[in-house]
Design a protein around this ligand. Structure first.
Ligand SMILES: Cc1ncc(C[n+]2csc(CCOP(=O)(O)OP(=O)(O)O)c2C)c(N)n1
Ligand SMILES: [Mg+2]
Length: 890
C-alpha cells in the first residue's frame, strides 16, 4: 500500500525532474537561440511519437501570450498621451449612445463593444493604419459594426465630424444629416468603406478583398505594395459559418496582407460565447489547423512578473483549466474571490500573489487592454510573411462601465447610464467634465492647441491621413467596341442558340477588347463547364498566384485547365459565398483602387439570391458594380435537375434589392443590348448598380432585332409583335424562355381562333415595377405635375386584357398588374420544381403554349367575347384537364 510518505517523495521527484527539463530548455534558449530549442523539441516529439506517444494534432498553445516578454519591442509612443486621447474617445462614444437614447427612446446603439476594443483600435490608429495620403496604398479596415460609436468619436476629435454629427447619431434624416448606426457606405459614401454589421460578412469579404488585391497586383493593374487588410471581429461573430468558412483560402493563397483581430471579450449579445469552454483555444486550434499565423494576446503587462515566477507552469496551467464562464466571473469579482478561487487552487500560485492587495488582483489586466501587448502583436502581424495572421485578444466587454455593465450579461444592450454611472465612468477615465450638467452626457473635445490634439493629429499625418475614408471619384473609362454587341442584332439563321452561349460569346470578346479586356473578371463557382465557358480556361487562364506547378491532365487538349499568375478567371470552387465576396471586391475596385474592374459572376441562378442573398444585399450597401449572371435559370427551362436547382424565385427576390437591375431576356439582341448598357451605366456613367441577368440553356433560333427601340428593351418591355386586327385589345406578355411559348400561343390564337393579340417581350419586371411604383408615388405627392409610366406609355389607357406568362412565380408579373389598364392575369411557376423534361414541366406548371391559349380563351369567354362552344372545342383540341395536379400544392 502506498503511504503518504511515498506519494510526497514521488511528487518531489517529479518536481525535480520537471525543473531539470525546464532548466535544460531555458539553457538552450538562452545560449543557442529559439531555433535550436525548437529543433530539439521537434526531435523529442518525433522520438516520442515513434515510441508510441499519442501526438494527435491539438493545435493549441498554453493560455499565455504568444509573444514572450523577451521578444517585445518597447512602445514607440507616449502611453500617457495615448491613454488620455483614448479615454476621451471612450467618453464621447458612450455619450453618443446615451444621448441618442435620451432624445429618442429606443433608437439603439452600443457602448460595450467599443469599450472592450478601444485599445485595439487606438494602437492601430496611432501606429499602424496607413491612410494613403502620402502616396502609399491605404490600408483597408473592416471595423466591427457595433464599434462604430468609437470610430465616430475619434473622427470628432480629428475634426472630421462635428458635434452636431455626433448628436445626430442614428438620426440620418435630421437636417444637416446624421451618422448611420453602423458602417454603411450607401449612407456615408465618403466615410465608410466596408459594411460589416451583418455578422460573418466582414470576415469572408475581408479574405476575398485581400486575395483580390493580390489579383490586381499580379495582373499589373496596381503596383505591388505593403497594403494591409485588417478585419476587426467579434468572438461571437466567429460562430457564423461565413466567418470561418474561407480560412483555408487565405493560407493557401499565402495572404500575408491580411490580419484578423478577434476581440475575445468572451461575450456576445445574450451572454457568454463559450460559457463551458474556451473560445480563444477553440479559435486558436481552428486557425492553426487552417494554416494561419496565430498570435494570442491574453494577459497585460502586470501579469509579466507573475509568469516570470511561474517556473512550474502552474499559473499557465490554471488559466488553461478555466472555462470562459468562470473567466467572465472574475471580471465582476472581488480580489478576495479571485485570490481564493483562481490563485488558491495551487500553493505555488497562491504564494505568488501573497504580497498583492485585493485591489491589485482586481486590476490585473487582460492583454487586449494593454497597448504594449497589442502593439507587439500588430508589429509581428504586419511583418509576418507567407500567410495571414489572426490576433486573438482577451478583453472585457463593457470595459470601464463598472456596475452599469462591465462584464455583465446585459452589457451588449446597455444604452442608458444614470448620473452616478456617468460620474463613475468620468472618474475611471479622468475626463475633465464638471458635475454640472454631467447627467446630459456632454461631449468633450480638448482645445485645438492642446497636447492631446497635437499628438493625435501628428500621428495620423505621419501615417498618411484619416481613416475610415471612402473614395467616390469617377474613374476614366472607355467603352468596349460596339461591334461586340451589334452583331447580335442579326438573326441566327437556322442555328439554335441559348442565351448562355450568347453571354459567353460576349464575355469572350470583351476579354479580348483593347479597352476593357484587362478589366473583365469572370468569377465562377465551379460551373464553367456547365455554362460552356471552358474554352476560356486556355484563352485567358485561371488566376493563381503560384502559377501552375503541375502538368494538367488535359495539357494536350485545346481547352486545357490552365492556371496562371496573370489569369483572369477567379475559379472559386463550389463556393457561392466566396464568389460573391470576390464579386464585391472587384465591384468596388473603382473606389478602392481606382480600377474599373468589371466582374461577371456566373452561377446557377437558384444558388444566387436564395443562397447568398445577404451578401448581395451587402454588395448593394458597399456600392458594388458588376454583372451577376444567373445561369440555367427558369423553373421549367432547366430540365431534369429538379426541386433544389430549378429557379423560379430569383427575379422575385431581386425585386427587393434597391440597387439591382434584374433582366430576364429571351433573345440574343436583348442580352447584348442589356450588357452594353450595363457597362455604360456602371462604368462610363459611374452609377453604383448591379446588373442581374438570367440566361438559359434552352436553344432556339434567335430572331433579328425588330424595329423596336433599344430604350424600351432597357426599360423592361417592348412590343415584339403588333396586330392590326386586335379587336379585343388582347396583349400577351412573355419573358425568358416562356416568351417563346407566348409567341406560339399567339400563333395558335391567330391561326385557330382568329384572335390577334399583340405580343410584348418583358425583359424586366423589376424595371417596370420600379418605374411605375415611382410614377404613382410622384403623382400622389404632386398636385399638378404628372408623369407617365413606361407601361402606360406603351399600352395606353384603353382597357384591355393582359395575359403574362413567366418561368418565375406569378407574384413577379402580378407586382405590376395594378399599373395596367384593364384585366391582368399571370401564369407562372409557383411550387417546387420536379425532375422532368421541359415539355412536361411546362405542362405541369401550366405555362406552355396550350395553357396560355386556354387561359386566354377562358377569360375572353368570361368577358362575353367568345362562345361556350368555342371553349369546349378548345379544351378538347388543346387537351386541357380540369383535374390536373396543382403544382403549388404541398
Ligand atoms: C447576421 C447577424 N445576426 C445577428 C446580429 C445581431 N447582433 C449584433 S451584435 C451581436 C453580438 C455580437 O457579439 P460579438 O461578435 O461577440 O461582438 P462584441 O460586441 O462582443 O464585440 C448580435 C447577435 C447581426 N448583427 N448579424
Ligand atoms: Mg464578443
Amino acid at each position: 500500500m502506498q503511504t503518504d510518505m511515498d506519494t510526497n517523495d514521488l511528487a518531489r521527484d517529479q518536481e525535480t525532474e520537471n525543473r531539470e527539463w525546464i532548466d535544460s530548455i531555458d539553457y538552450i534558449i538562452e545560449n543557442e537561440g529559439y531555433e535550436r530549442a525548437k529543433e530539439i523539441l521537434l526531435l523529442l516529439q518525433t522520438r516520442s511519437q515513434m515510441k508510441g506517444i499519442d501526438f494527435t494534432y491539438q493545435g493549441n498553445t498554453p493560455y499565455i501570450n504568444t509573444i514572450p516578454v523577451s521578444k517585445e519591442s518597447p512602445y514607440p509612443g507616449s502611453r500617457e498621451m495615448e491613454r488620455k486621447i483614448k479615454s476621451i474617445i471612450r467618453w464621447n462614444a458612450m455619450a453618443m449612445v446615451v444621448r441618442a437614447n435620451k432624445e429618442s427612446e429606443g433608437i439603439g446603439g452600443h457602448i460595450s463593444t467599443y469599450a472592450s476594443s478601444a485599445t485595439l483600435y487606438e494602437v492601430g490608429f496611432n501606429h499602424f493604419f496607413r491612410g494613403g495620403d502620402e502616396g502609399q496604398l491605404p490600408d483597408m479596415i473592416y471595423f466591427q459594426g457595433h464599434a462604430s460609436p468609437g470610430i465616430y468619436a475619434r473622427s470628432f476629435l480629428e475634426g472630421r465630424l462635428t458635434e452636431k454629427d455626433l448628436e445626430n447619431f442614428r438620426r440620418e434624416l435630421k437636417p444637416g444629416g446624421g451618422l448611420s448606426s453602423y458602417p454603411h457606405p450607401r449612407s456615408m459614401e465618403n466615410y465608410w468603406q466596408f459594411p460589416t454589421v451583418s455578422m460573418g460578412l466582414g470576415p469572408i469579404t475581408a479574405i476575398y478583398q485581400a486575395r483580390f488585391n493580390r489579383y490586381l497586383e499580379d495582373k499589373g493593374l496596381i503596383p505591388k505594395s505593403d497594403q494591409k487588410v485588417w478585419a476587426f471581429l467579434g468572438d461571437g461573430e466567429m460562430d457564423e459559418p461565413e466567418s470561418m468558412g474561407a480560412l483555408t483560402l487565405a493560407s493557401r493563397e499565402e495572404l500575408d496582407n491580411l490580419i484578423f483581430v478577434v476581440n475575445c471579450n468572451l461575450q456576445r449579445l445574450d451572454g457568454p460565447v463559450r460559457g463551458n469552454g474556451s473560445i480563444v483555444q477553440e479559435l486558436e486550434s481552428a486557425f492553426h489547423g487552417a494554416g494561419w499565423n496565430v498570435i494570442k494576446v491574453m494577459h497585460g503587462q502586470d501579469w509579466d512578473p507573475l509568469f516570470e515566477k511561474d517556473k512550474d507552469g502552474l499559473l499557465a496551467r490554471r488559466f488553461g483549466e478555466l472555462v470562459d464562464g468562470q473567466r467572465q466571473r472574475y471580471i465582476i469579482s472581488t480580489g478576495d474571490y479571485i485570490r481564493k478561487d483562481f490563485f488558491g487552487k495551487y500553493g505555488q500560485t497562491l504564494k505568488m500573489v501573497e504580497h498583492y492587495s485585493d485591489e491589485q488582483l482586481v486590476k490585473l489586466s487582460r492583454g487586449g487592454h494593454d497597448p504594449l501587448k497589442v502593439y507587439n502583436a500588430y508589429k509581428e502581424a504586419v511583418n509576418h510573411r507567407g500567410g495571414p495572421t489572426v490576433i486573438l485578444t482577451s478583453t472585457v466587454k463593457g470595459y470601464g462601465l463598472g456596475e452599469a455593465g462591465e462584464g455583465r450579461n446585459i452589457t451588449h444592450q446597455q444604452k442608458k447610464l444614470n448620473e452616478d454611472e456617468l460620474k463613475y465612468f468620468r472618474g475611471r477615465f479622468g475626463i475633465p467634465i464638471s458635475d454640472e450638467g454631467i447627467g446630459k452626457a456632454p461631449f468633450y473635445k480638448p482645445a485645438e492647441d492642446s497636447e492631446e490634439m497635437k499628438y493625435l493629429l501628428e500621428k495620423r499625418q505621419k501615417l498618411g491621413g484619416f481613416l475610415p475614408k471612402r473614395v467616390s471619384e469617377k474613374v476614366r473609362f472607355e467603352m468596349p467596341d460596339h461591334n461586340i454587341f451589334e452583331e447580335f442584332s442579326k438573326d441566327s439563321g437556322d442555328k439554335d442558340v441559348a442565351t448562355t452561349m450568347v453571354l459567353v460569346q460576349i464575355l469572350t470578346k470583351l476579354l479580348k477588347d483593347k479597352n476593357v479586356g484587362k478589366l473583365i473578371v469572370p468569377i465562377v463557382p465551379d460551373e464553367s463547364r456547365t455554362f460552356g465557358m471552358d474554352s476560356l480556361f486556355r484563352q485567358v487562364g485561371i488566376y493563381s498566384h503560384k502559377g501552375q506547378l503541375y502538368e494538367p491532365v488535359d495539357r494536350d487538349s485545346l481547352m486545357y485547365y490552365k492556371e496562371a499568375v496573370d489569369g483572369a478567371i477567379l475559379e472559386e470552387g463550389i463556393n457561392e459565398a466566396g464568389s460573391m465576396s470576390s464579386f464585391i471586391a472587384a465591384g468596388i475596385s473603382h473606389s478602392t483602387h481606382g480600377v474599373n474592374a468589371i466582374p461577371f459572376f456566373i452561377f446557377y441562378s437558384m444558388f444566387g439570391f436564395q443562397r447568398v442573398g445577404d451578401l448581395i444585399w451587402a454588395a448593394g450597401d458597399v456600392r458594388a458594380r458588376g454583372f451577376m449572371i444567373g445561369g440555367t435559370s427558369g423553373r421549367t427551362t432547366l430540365a431534369g435537375e429538379g426541386l433544389q436547382h430549378q429557379d423560379g424565385n430569383s427575379h422575385l427576390l431581386a425585386l427587393t434589392y434597391p440597387s439591382v437591375k434584374a433582366y430576364d431576356p429571351t433573345f440574343a439582341y436583348e442580352v447584348a443590348i442589356i450588357v452594353e448598357e450595363g457597362i455604360k451605366e456602371m462604368y462610363l456613367e459611374g452609377k453604383d448598380v448591379i446588373y442581374y441577368i438570367t440566361v438559359m440553356n434552352e436553344k432556339y433560333p434567335m430572331p433579328a432585332k425588330p424595329p423596336c427601340t433599344k430604350e424600351h428593351i432597357l426599360k423592361g418591355m417592348y412590343q415584339f409583335r403588333y396586330e392590326e386586327n386586335n379587336v379585343h385589345n388582347l396583349n400577351m406578355l412573355g419573358s425568358g424562355a416562356i416568351l417563346n411559348e407566348v409567341i406560339k400561343a399567339a400563333d395558335i390564337l391567330k391561326g385557330d381562333y382568329d384572335i390577334h393579340p399583340h405580343v410584348w417581350s418583358v425583359t424586366s419586371y423589376k424595371n417596370l415595377y420600379d418605374d411605375a411604383r415611382e410614377v404613382v408615388r410622384y403623382n400622389t405627392l404632386n398636385t399638378d405635375k404628372k408623369k407617365e409610366s413606361h407601361i402606360r406609355f406603351l399600352v395606353g389607357d384603353q382597357p384591355g386584357l393582359f395575359i403574362a406568362a413567366t418561368d418565375y412565380v406569378k407574384a413577379l408579373p402580378l407586382s405590376v398588374a395594378t399599373y395596367f389598364p384593364g384585366q391582368f392575369l399571370a401564369l407562372g411557376t409557383d411550387g417546387f420544381g420536379l425532375s422532368e423534361t421541359r415539355a412536361a414541366l411546362r405542362d405541369h406548371f401550366e405555362v406552355d403554349a396550350k395553357h396560355i391559349v386556354w387561359t386566354t380563351l377562358m377569360r375572353l369567354r368570361d368577358n362575353g367575347k367568345i362562345d361556350d362552344s368555342v371553349l369546349a372545342a378548345a379544351r378538347k383540341k388543346l387537351g386541357i384537364r380540369s383535374d390536373k395536379i396543382n403544382p403549388a400544392a404541398v
